[in-house]
Design a protein around this ligand. Structure first.
Ligand code: ADP
Ligand code: MG
Length: 339
């Protein structure tokens, strides 16, 4: 007799059972067909466009292999939700491609699924499918996220105009400090951080908070926007390049958390790292002067932190960073690049 799909031998979990046990409960939307078919079937609302984005995270590159599994799941989804927020899109559904180096322990999968569940519920997005495979390489997670916008209303990188104010959400540079702390725990002392500050920075690396609460504001007020994942300066340069504009960033205005400021005080050279290292998952929005009041008021009403850090001006594609003394900083690099 043929074995049922997912038949368990010696306690080992078949692929079908793994999907049914850990991922089907996250796929309640009818479109997912309970993850029992080859594909999902979507019926997007009429008059909406789909914004679609895909981001991979790799053990040893975007997270550490022994990071808590719920935080790995959180990060995998968060980095995708961040892209949707930057386009002004409302989260809709996502696909999960999970590539595992070995047979995962049930408690690892349980925690991984709970990390996904918590963030998908908070963001209002539903799992509708994916793929599960094994690799001789590192744990790799690819999520493809779909969001919705009214037709023609996605906010693109290319819309920034001379005179726009540049805003950034949240705080910059925490994650790169958190990673340094994980790799070199002695930095806590060297930077004069409290245990709480150190834990805060590590948490910012492991669990970036996607700024979904800004999506509607970005759509209503910004002409251009980008998700900051590869370094503030480098990502603003990307926005400037495709918008055919220049940009000026005033380092003194860039929002740093109290913990990052503490580290900076002990090691002022860190400034360049904070501005270029990436992993921030904040949103940069180019907002015309005439809309700035409305943008700030609505952000305040939502309790979302946004800070003006500069403006769109100068030669196309050129980004100038002014140091705390007002002089142009010469940076070794603008951002992170895999190649
Ligand atoms: P196929 O053999 O056609 O690739 P699979 O057996 O890989 O199909 O997948 C069966 C169903 O389970 C599909 O609906 C697929 O989208 C879903 N699925 C597989 N892996 C995952 C996963 N990691 N997360 C969510 N859904 C998944
Ligand atoms: Mg498959």
């Amino acid at each position: 007799m043929a074995k049922a799909p997912g038949h368990v031998e010696g306690g080992h979990l078949g692929e079908f059972e793994l999907i049914a046990r850990y991922f089907a409960p996250l796929a309640k939307d009818a479109a997912a067909l309970a993850l029992r078919d080859d594909a999902a079937v979507l019926r997007p609302p009429e008059s909406r466009e789909i914004v679609i984005s895909c981001d991979t995270i790799v053990a040893g590159v975007h997270f550490l292999p022994d990071d808590p599994p719920d935080s790995i799941a959180h990060k995998a989804l968060a980095v995708n939700l961040s892209d949707l927020a930057a386009k002004g899109a409302k989260p809709y559904v996502y696909l999960l491609a999970l590539t595992l180096p070995k047979e995962p322990a049930p408690d690892w999968l349980e925690a991984f699924a709970s990390g996904l569940r918590a963030l998908q519920e908070q963001a209002g997005i539903c799992l509708v499918g994916g793929d599960t495979t094994r690799t001789p390489g590192p744990l790799t997670i690819t999520i493809t996220a779909l969001g919705l916008v009214p037709q023609g209303h996605a906010v693109l990188r290319l819309g920034a105009k001379p005179g726009d104010r540049l805003y950034v959400s949240g705080s910059i540079g925490d994650a790169c400090l958190g990673l340094r702390l994980l790799k070199e725990p002695a930095s806590t002392k060297a930077w004069g951080l409290s245990e709480e500050q150190s834990a805060f920075l590590i948490e910012r690396y492991r669990r970036p908070e996607p700024r979904g609460n800004l999506a509607l504001l970005v759509r209503n007020f910004a002409q251009g926007a980008i998700d900051v994942s590869d370094g503030l300066v480098g990502d603003i340069a990307k926005l400037a390049q495709v918008s055919h504009v220049g940009a000026v960033i005033e380092a003194a205005r860039v929002p740093f958390s109290p913990a990052a400021r503490q580290a900076l005080q002990h090691e002022p050279k860190l400034l360049e790292t904070l501005l270029t290292a990436g992993d921030d998952y904040e949103i940069v929005a180019a907002v015309p002067e005439s809309s700035a009041g409305g943008f700030e008021a609505e952000a305040a009403a939502k309790g979302a932190s946004v800070t003006v850090i500069g403006r769109i001006e100068g030669q196309a594609g050129e980004v100038r960073v002014l140091g705390p003394d007002g002089k142009t900083l010469t940076l070794e690099r603008q951002g992170f690049s895999h190649f």
